[in-house]
Write a protein that binds this ligand. Sequence first.
Ligand SMILES: [Zn+2]
Length: 137
Amino acid sequence: MFYTSILESVGVIDFNPRFWLRVDIKNDSSLCWEWRGYLDSKGYGRMNINHTFYGSHRFVFSLMGIDIPPGLVVMHSCDNPPCCNPLHLSFGTHLDNMQDAIKKGRHISCKYPAPVDGRSRSAHSTARYRLKKLFLL
Ligand SMILES: [Zn+2]
């Protein structure tokens, strides 16, 4: 297949066409290779195998003969959820992922800073919901 050599160059050992034909493989391993199949609400690729959905960015590791260590998440260095380029993926803890998100300004706390009045964010959400319900905003 046309993409075998580029896949080999990034460590892939299983050229499963069911998976790789759904990935926009570029002839440049520095670019993102986006999943073209189903995306979840956060933009992550999902594939259905025997009625179970798997994250496409996680499935890449099985095609490299690598098990994801228990308790670790797969992080995108490119911050592009549908990307399946092995060179853009790495393992980390949930804490690593959160710290990376904060460092790059994409964590929810960066977009919606905690209220300064000491009330919790959820208290503000509840108040906003009540206002919307009252005034049908
Ligand atoms: Zn990428």
